[in-house]
Design a protein around this ligand. Structure first.
Ligand code: ACM
Length: 755
């Protein structure tokens, strides 16, 4: 019987006596789900289990003796005992093509039967993945279910990028991550090797890159970034921070990853993010002076000599099909004022500096093609015209990826909203400092890398998906693991499992099970939010707000109150959205049995007087952060933990001002506005908020003036209520918020609550 995940639950409930507590539904016990991540294509349970505590005897077909020895060592180190004396056979078979059910290159069949286990695949990659499934089933080293799995990935590109420039991560750390990536069937490691904060790969022709450009004055990126000018120092200088990988180390990592069926894709940044190169070779910048530019001078032929020499060594070092050339966030300013760049533009008939950048990318693509390589770049490489064979990594959203796919280019989806693992994953006040944003594991899990707008044909150009671990705020190995795991497990399932076999509720049980495994292997995963999450939805027909509570932890209950009191073991257990007709102060807490877990969550929810009323903006909100547009501030939706969640409205002005028309005169007692601050994202509380009222919309009288109580340099993501309470009567409420004066700074507001 061929089953997907949902039938499996049903069948379990009906027939499988051998599996303990096989129950149905999202609140089913953990045993109801197969403890596999990513979830496989199809599973048939065979109503019994196999005792594997004695281990297996390994036999192979069409696998060399050397490789058999490698598999034996690998399984031993993964704690699955393999030796000749064992009764159970683990048979690994690479097919000769005559198999009944062909499996794709990376696919496999795993059969656990009374005599042991058989893994069949058309390649050693498939065998390797079959073994990962067996290893996951065998974690407890006791009994595993008799079953047949047929499995293959949804996408051929399943990646993780680690930024080794902003902070340096040693080779052993990378091996550890790569080993665990392979366990979850990821197959691409994108190695961000160069960037302004440090060059990280030995290039024989240019020793200064590792003697100087790999070393900086401050260990923490944040401190170094704040210095002016940012300096590099010679290797060995007291206090110097940095590091690099020798070419031998790079080869070692390539081999290590290759054995685990992971391709390493090196990234060499150009033409921007190159301050470190230009500090040691300033002649390659437009000004010719160090510490003045992030971009290579494209008009200087020496730039191409340098880049091609570097890429020649990189191409020889990395057997990968792809080389990533960066391409993101280059400024055109220097090129505009550079005689060499302008002369090249004239000679080549390039109409603007975007086309100049495109000229560089196209030339580099030609060079890489001559080396038998394909070019990948961040989505800015589309600007000014995309190189003919380039693969696009869509990071500023999905639009560039959609455009590229429609134009016949391959695409890797890595939109910041779902794939940037440098964002917060829990309540910011419980987390180490992050770059901002909020990307909980459920959101990663919810991602579908194929946008609905693509046809079946263009969708084929979506090769897959990648998580990016940028390291601005991530200085230690422990912290890096904390940001990567277990979110990467969600991404692994996004990349491998077909949408019809995905279920957040089921994944939640599996990921909770996987965390102790990660810990047992010496990892430092985030152990999921100890607070429930709260979301609101406005229902104008019922004149109410629906409040949804959810939890990542499993199994737990969510207990809550609506009157602001502290929940107790006697409080209601959340089962369905809470309907708030007027006003409630929801307080919620997780419980394991009778024991509270973690911190309380408070949220004031109001179906208030201004909901649905007209707002006139005297200063406009930013088109980049409209939230719900003109209604956003009076739609009943409160913002979440990131300014990018579509609930927060952003104002990029020194003074924001809007007027709410309540339609008729009301007696008023409260005006309440929650602003957000996150200095890393250039968002600050207003210095002062003025609230005024009017009967006619022309003559306003002041109600209050409220100053922020929180310092501009307070760290993290913060929320501050600006509140007036009193007695008044008015039809119009005018709000003016004055920024703290930081040039280019933002103010973010989610709702103006008026009672
Ligand atoms: C990027 O995040 N600048 C690719």
């Amino acid at each position: 019987m061929k089953l997907n995940f949902f039938n499996v639950l049903l069948i379990c409930g009906l027939f499988v006596a051998g599996l303990a507590s096989c129950t149905k539904g999202s609140k089913a016990g953990n045993d109801a789900s197969l403890q596999l991540i990513p979830y496989p294509d199809s599973v048939t349970f065979n109503n019994d289990s196999l005792d594997i505590s004695a281990g297996f005897n390994l036999t192979v077909q069409r696998i060399t003796e050397d490789k058999k020895a490698w598999f034996t060592d690998y399984l031993q180190s993964a704690d699955l005992p393999v030796s000749d004396g064992n009764k159970l056979i683990l048979n690994l078979i690479v097919e000769d093509g005559s198999g009944e059910v062909p499996v794709s290159d990376e696919g496999y069949r795993l059969s656990v039967h009374r005599k042991g286990a058989t893994i069949t695949a058309s390649s050693e990659t498939g065998i390797f993945y079959g073994l990962q499934s067996l290893l996951q089933l065998s974690v407890d080293k006791t009994k595993i279910p008799l079953l047949d799995i047929q499995d293959e990935p949804r996408f051929s590109y399943r990646g993780l990028m680690i930024d080794c420039s902003r902070h340096f991560f040693p080779l052993d750390f990378l091996k550890k991550q790569i080993n665990m990536m392979a366990h979850y069937k990821l197959n691409k490691f994108h190695w961000h090797l160069t960037d302004g904060p440090g060059w990280r790969i030995e290039i024989k022709k240019y020793p200064e890159l590792t003697q100087i450009a790999a070393w900086r004055t401050d260990s923490l990126w944040k401190d170094w970034w704040a210095t002016n000018p940012r300096k590099y120092v010679k290797e060995g200088t007291p206090g110097a921070y940095g590091g690099y990988y020798t070419q031998d180390q790079a080869r070692e990592l390539v081999k290590y990853a290759g054995e685990r069926h992971i391709e390493i894709i090196p990234e060499i940044e150009m033409p921007g993010h190159s301050e470190e190169v230009l500090a040691v070779y300033p002649q390659l910048s437009c000004t010719g002076k160090p510490y003045t530019s992030s971009e290579f001078c494209i008009g200087n032929p020496e730039t191409f000599v340098f880049l091609e020499n570097v890429l020649s060594e990189i191409a020889a070092l990395f057997p990968s099909k792809y080389i990533h050339i960066g391409g993101d966030e280059a400024s055109t300013e220097h090129w505009k004022n550079c005689p060499k760049c302008q002369a090249l533009m004239k000679k080549e008939g390039l109409k603007d500096e975007k086309e100049l950048q495109s000229y560089l990318i196209k030339r580099i693509e030609k060079f890489l093609t001559s080396k038998g390589k394909r070019l990948i770049g961040w989505d800015e490489i589309m600007e000014g015209g995309l190189a003919p064979e380039a693969t696009v990594m869509s990071w500023r959203g999905e639009e560039a990826g959609i455009k590229a796919a429609e134009a016949g280019h391959d695409v890797i989806m890595t939109p910041g909203k779902y794939c940037y693992f440098d964002q917060y994953q829990g309540f910011p006040d419980t987390q180490p400092e992050a770059i901002g944003g909020f990307l909980p594991i459920e959101k990663v899990y919810s991602y579908n890398p194929v946008p609905d707008s693509l046809t079946a044909e263009t969708a084929k150009h979506i090769l897959g998906v990648q998580a990016n671990m940028w390291a601005e705020y991530i200085a230690t190995q422990k912290h890096a693991e904390y940001m990567i795991w277990p979110r990467l497990l969600a991404l692994a399932e996004v990349a491998w499992t077909k949408p019809e076999n995905k279920s957040w509720d089921n994944f939640k049980t599996r990921v909770n099970h996987a965390i102790p495994y990660l810990q047992s292997k010496g990892f430092n995963p985030y152990t999921l939010s100890k607070q429930p999450f709260l979301e609101t939805k406005t229902d104008k027909e019922q004149n109410a707000i629906l409040v949804t509570l959810s939890s990542e932890l499993y199994p737990v209950d969510i207990r809550y109150t609506t009157d602001g009191s502290q929940p107790s073991v006697a409080s209601e257990i959340y089962t369905e959205p809470i309907l708030v007709k007027d006003s409630a102060l929801i307080v919620a807490q997780l419980y394991r049995g009778n024991a509270p877990v973690g911190n309380l969550v408070f949220k004031r929810v109001d179906y208030h007087k201004a909901i649905g009323k007209k707002v006139t903006y005297v200063s406009p909100f930013s088109p980049y952060y409209p939230a719900g547009g003109d209604e956003a501030l009076v739609d009943g939706y409160v913002g979440g933990l990131t300014h990018g969640d579509g609930r927060w409205q952003g104002f990029n002005v020194p003074e924001m001002e809007f007027i709410v028309d309540l339609g008729k005169t009301h007696s008023l007692h409260t005006v309440n506005m929650n602003f957000m601050q996150n200095g890393n994202a250039w968002i600050w509380f207003p210095k002062q908020v003025f609230v005024e009222i009017s009967q006619d919309g022309n003559t306003f009288v002041p109600l209050t003036k409220i100053a922020t109580k929180i310092a501009k340099n307070a760290e993290g993501t913060l929320f501050e209520p600006f509140v007036w309470k009193g007695q008044a009567s008015a039809r119009y409420v005018r709000v003016k918020a004055v920024s703290n004066g930081t040039k280019g700074g933002w103010m973010f507001l989610d709702e103006v609550v008026i009672w």
